[in-house]
Write a protein that binds this ligand. Structure first.
Ligand SMILES: Cc1ncc(COP(=O)(O)O)c(C=O)c1O
Length: 481
């Protein structure tokens, strides 16, 4: 094939994907709308696509790129003289490494038992993954059911010898609200426990806004690490985040070094061995292009759009905005018992060309239940489309109100109650998915009934079925012989 043919084939493959640009996909993607930014990022990425950031002594320019970006993040996010950091592959890896460092620190104390991760239920799922991978026990911190902010009193009750790390979000992904960072960090510091601020989604927005209600960064006493993703509101292509750490000892705790093999000496600051330098170089280039002023303009544009959106949604019958969004995320819930079902609303919006992310209702361990919501990530590219979005939301809310509410099939639920998820085979999971309407890994146009079912199932079974969907999606293409 010619290179042109190959590229044409790729472009054709993309025709079934949701758009990455234009502001209608309100999760997963971050469009600055800045002319020339994409080309610059692509150029920088191309210049570094073969470079291996595994060894910064062979490629000193990647150390320079990393130091520049970590320094810029530290300056923006309250870093001090001892602040150091690492570029990672994304938010999840930054969160994983923060937990790993805290676990290593805890282990050095030689205490008995298993370390615990004090985790507000609204903290990103990446922390549950970290607990799973690094063998920590999650201690759930309930959030206030109205504000959706972590409850400091619950943190205080969990700060014992086994506490290895406390997490707070700035803001939380599900609801876009700011946890009480100062209060929680002070409690953690008094107990000698590190505190991580997950600013993966707010780190390149909040510092540029005037109306953030309280401090949330490394300048807050007791905060020991902070994550901020460049591939979100840093408007860099996928694959790059910053983990800042208040002191070099804690950073080394997530590094891995070995001379215990006959090959080259290994020191890995992240989970990867070979590290792609392309996303780092692209982030560096975008950062140089935008500068502080560029980021401020984009953050304020997205924030203005978020406020307009939140105001408009509050005026739609049957819908309400959850909590007080401080940044550029909005969560919308049903208003009152007769309000609009938001899972159906999400389907109606999909039909109108928008991707809003459905979030199922959640029963908090030890706390009041949280309602189903739809999540909207607002970027600068959505700013010019707020009126159109609100018009479609009004229309979709009317349409959703006229439809029956999604209910989980009682027969399926009764059958599910008898199942042991751990004992199910892949074939049995496939058969259950067929019954649930997601056979063959093809999602139906209307997802509300599926979400209602997932929310009603026992969590281990829901997780097994969700993995089953992915298992069906990822089936290798037939081998050509
Ligand atoms: C607050 C927060 N933390 C962590 C993550 C995980 O980031 P990633 O998807 O880049 O791994 C996200 C992603 O949305 C997030 O919003």
């Amino acid at each position: 094939m010619t290179p042109e043919d190959v590229l044409a084939e790729l472009t054709a493959l993309q025709s079934g994907d949701v758009p990455t640009h234009g502001g209608a996909t309100m999760a997963y993607v971050y469009d600055s709308g800045v002319p020339g930014l994409d080309d610059l990022a692509a150029g920088a990425q191309a210049a570094y696509q073969w470079t291996n950031a595994l060894d910064p002594t062979a490629f000193p320019s990647v150390a320079r790129i990393e130091n520049d970006l970590v320094g810029a993040a530290a300056a923006l996010l309250g870093g001090g003289a001892g602040t150091v950091g690492t570029l990672t592959s994304g938010g999840t890896e930054s969160c994983l490494l923060a937990v790993l460092a805290a676990r290593e620190r805890w282990r050095r104390r030689g205490l008995p038992g298993r370390p615990r991760l004090l985790l507000p239920v609204t903290a990103h799922a990446a922390f549950r993954k970290a607990a799973h991978l690094f063998d920590l026990e999650v201690a759930d911190v309930p959030v206030d059911p109205v504000t959706c902010r972590a409850q400091p009193a619950a943190v205080a009750g969990l700060l014992d010898e086994r506490a290895a790390l406390v997490v707070v979000s700035a803001p939380s992904y599900p609801h876009g609200v700011l946890d009480p960072v100062g209060e929680v960090a002070a409690l953690a510091a008094a107990a000698g426990v590190p505190c991580h601020v997950d600013a993966c989604i707010g780190g390149w927005v909040l510092p540029f806004l005037d109306d953030v209600p309280e401090r949330f960064d490394l300048s807050v006493p007791g905060v020991t690490s902070l994550s901020a993703d460049l591939h979100k509101y840093g408007y860099a292509p996928k694959g790059v985040s910053v983990l800042l750490v208040a002191d070099p000892e804690l950073r080394q705790a997530h590094w891995f070094a070995t001379a215990d093999w006959p090959g080259y000496p290994v020191v890995n600051p992240t989970l990867a061995g070979t590290r792609p330098a392309g996303p780092m170089a692209a982030a560096w280039a975008v950062h140089r292009l935008l500068g502080v002023d560029g980021y401020r303009t984009l953050a304020r544009r997205a924030r203005g759009a978020t406020e307009a959106l939140a105001g408009g949604i509050g005026a739609i019958d049957g819908l309400r905005v959850v909590g007080t969004p401080v940044s550029t995320l909005v969560a919308v819930a049903q208003d009152g018992p007769d309000g609009v079902d938001v899972l159906t609303l999400a389907d109606e919006m999909t039909a109108r060309g928008w991707l809003l992310q459905p979030q199922p209702p959640f029963a908090q361990p030890g706390g009041a239940d949280l309602p189903a919501t739809v999540h909207l990530t607002v970027t600068a590219a959505t700013a010019g489309r707020v009126d159109a979005l609100l018009a479609d939301l009004r229309d979709a809310a009317r349409a959703a109100a006229a439809l029956p509410r999604p209910v989980a099939d009682p027969g399926l639920l009764a059958a599910a109650a008898t199942l042991d998820p751990a004992a199910l085979t892949v074939a049995e999971v496939d058969a259950l998915l067929e019954l649930a309407g997601v056979g063959g890994g093809r999602l139906p146009a209307r997802m509300a009934p599926v979400h209602a079912l997932v929310a009603a199932l026992p969590r281990p079974l829901a997780e097994r079925l969700l993995a089953g969907v992915l298992d069906l999606v990822y089936r290798p293409a037939a081998v050509e012989r």
